[in-house]
Design a protein around this ligand. Sequence first.
Ligand SMILES: C[S@@+](CC[C@H](N)C(=O)[O-])C[C@H]1O[C@@H](n2cnc3c(N)ncnc32)[C@H](O)[C@@H]1O
Length: 322
Amino acid sequence: MIVEAMRRPLYTTNFGSAIVADSLLAMKELEESTVNLVMTSPPYALHFKKEYGNVAQQDYVSWFLPFAAEIHRVLKDDGSFVLNIGGSWTPGKPTRSLYHFEVLLALVHKLGFHLAQEMYWYNPAKLPAPAEWVNVRKLRVKDSVECLWWLSKTAWPKANNQRVLQEYSPDMLRLIRKGYKAKKRPSGHNITAKFTEREGSIPPNFLMLGNNDANGVYLEACKRLGYQPHPARFPVQLPTFFIRLLTDPGDLVLDPFAGSNTTGEAAEREERKWIAIESRQDYLEASQARFEQLGSDQIALFPTQDNVSPQATDEAFTLPGY
Ligand SMILES: C[S@@+](CC[C@H](N)C(=O)[O-])C[C@H]1O[C@@H](n2cnc3c(N)ncnc32)[C@H](O)[C@@H]1O
């Protein structure tokens, strides 16, 4: 059955295949050491469950490790595994669960992954939940950051930060143009006179990505065709960032929890091969619209005046009582 699903994808594009299957079984059909990047966001151990189901915090590590073992097996030696995982609250208490840190420790200690870098994604669209702690009793602030554990099979994953440069801020540009006096900073860092204008600045590990409504086509198609939009999509900027940083054109990107196949769209735009595996056929059916009229426009990674999604802002700030 699974072999059949792998042989007969739900749809294919110039660069990829979208497969309806349980990824734990489907990944076993992939050859060892063939994938350059696994970019994925599995269901989190959420307190408030999504419609596709979520695993309980106490079972999360044992549920996830078999998937991660397959990911480790299919990755090339210089490949990367980027795991987008959100934090969660302890049921009934205003304290945080440690499950996403336990996952990280298990991936490193039990499966031998290396932590290339811990990264964080600021997601302004996250709702202020649980309302009890944030809005009603006003004991906690909004949780707006998700973890991105960048793991690798060896200590030397392929990477090039020059492909994800960010525009300089006006202040920085002024400083560069005026010239910088070489000196030792109070921190002890020695800033030399070689500090000159390049194509942009190296982004930090705290990602504030734009959202230029690349999902517009997807949402419009869901409406037109009568599909419920996927409830937990990440913006196309997120996989695009890691695809540019960690792969070359023609490399293979895998998303074993593909949802609405945002990763596939990013890979297609960046001319990387991709495999998307998702257990719900309706999610993948709706995702096909992403590829129908894929423009040649370049995705702008970082926020500019016109790519901060008004939808995200509305969701975040106009709920009753906030
Ligand atoms: C957080 S969502 C991914 C959303 C995706 N990043 C996007 O942008 O649309 C996680 C997805 O994993 C899927 N899933 C859960 N268990 C799975 C499994 N064993 N095999 C394949 N997909 C699975 C769920 O149906 C859900 O769509």
